[in-house]
Design a protein around this ligand. Sequence first.
Ligand code: 13P
Ligand code: SF4
Length: 367
Amino acid sequence: MDARIAAARRTLGSRVTILGHHYQRDEVIRFADVTGDSFKLAKFSSKSSADYIVFCGVHFMAESADVLAQPNQKVILPDLNAGCSMADMAEIGQVEECWKQMVRLGITNEMGEGLTPLTYMNSTAAIKAFCGEHGGLVCTSSNAPGAFDWAFARNAKLLFLPDQHLGRNTAHNMGIPLSEMAVWDPFQIMGGNTPERLRKAKVILWKGHCSVHQRFLPEHVDNVRAKYPGIKVVVHPECRLEVCEKADDIGSTERLIQIISAAPRGAKFAVGTEIHLVNRLGKDFAKDDKMVITLDDSGCLCTTMFRISPQHLCWALENLVEGNVVNRIKVADDVKHWARVALDRMLEVKTDASQRVFAKAASGLED
Ligand code: 13P
Ligand code: SF4
């Protein structure tokens, strides 16, 4: 399989770019031209000049690459089953219904004067487009604080989709008390809130989560510290607040790698994120005498990231060699326009604001 992938890759030359998210398996990511977190990969795909962008990641990442791509470029997702359960927790119809209720309550007008919609990258292109059209934007885990600054510069309130945890962690780190946050449950009348609660909230959090990151619990932090004195705990901001509060640092997948990379020889880390990345870091940094282990003993994998297998990558590349584009991800033109607006706003957000706020975690959070 490796030999076939390498041969197809060689034949395609500069016509193809293979992008690999950090959660991909070793057998797949070794073929990536560029690896990164969702922000880095989105930025790279907006600059790539290859005819084909083969995205070894999940559906929302490939959609974003298509929105940012040139009209002649084609984006391919080797297995169409590689979705994201968190992204599936917000459907455009539900978001439109929520917005209608906000308008009815006088919290915002139709165009977003009153409330800025801000969506995590882990959402459908339709939701990104909704945010773009209503004066909002997209963020990733590496620039959420900067995106919050952007949103608050326009309105005193924001609606954060679909990950309540990234939204809560970011708002909390900015000093917004939990009493000024409300959770919108799309399966409840008025999202499960009273009108007063919604009017008082500075941040309205969509009730979505990542099942992989919800497995990490505060007691895992206590246990690992008791077992390995001096160990640093670093976690992804999709983890719950109680875990993030106890951690030494928080960051996107790319930033977690940077933190470990910058640490001195002999450093020990327990990492709260997807197991393929953690295991790879364990192997890669063993040569520098650093220990990297998962925060939770049972280390959860992202089953949808895992869908991308060497066989699927091989099949996609060999088809390209034969002139067939398989599994193309193509966002409809009307959706593309506003999704692009929302993504462009994200690309303009300063990432130093993100570092400023998430770095606070290292010195402890105050409510
Ligand atoms: P990153 O942008 O940090 O890579 O996160 C993407 C993701 O899906 C994490 O679960
Ligand atoms: Fe989605 Fe969670 Fe997988 Fe990330 S780890 S792609 S948020 S299911």
